[in-house]
Design a protein around this ligand. Sequence first.
Ligand code: ATP
Ligand code: MG
Length: 137
Amino acid sequence: MERTLSIIKPDGVEKKLIGEIIRRFEAAGIRIAAMKMLRLTKAEAEGFYAVHRGKPFFESLTDFMSSGPIVVMVLEGEDVIRKNRELMGATNYKEAKPGTIRADFASDIEKNIVHGSDAPETARTEIAYFFSEMDIC
Ligand code: ATP
Ligand code: MG
């Protein structure tokens, strides 16, 4: 069993996609092990995306991520890091496979609906950014 962090970004919440995205996870056999809605401060968004500090899109990305409520989830299942990334589709929605969340709903490389951890180590640190072990069912 593996765990990963999923975020429905402010654009996904704004577009009323919370239910649709969770439906896709559950239909793929992924278990929701923790979930909450919150709004990041600018500083919290900068902390979460610290690996991207210095990149040209960092300012805009952290403004966007702190612009409205998000839904953060711990997903659990076999090979769930890869499975979630597959359901999400490529970062750039133009390159995302048809039927993926980003291909279906994103219309901007930055405002791309969802986030998913990309490796076991990042999954661990990203989950710990939002949840304590007691929050995870
Ligand atoms: P995420 O980490 O959000 O799951 P990702 O792993 O597919 O997405 P990263 O390379 O980690 O992509 O980039 C993090 C986020 O930064 C992207 O999801 C997107 O919102 C934004 N981003 C990435 N590249 C660009 C870019 N060239 N221009 C604008 N925004 C970008
Ligand atoms: Mg990433």
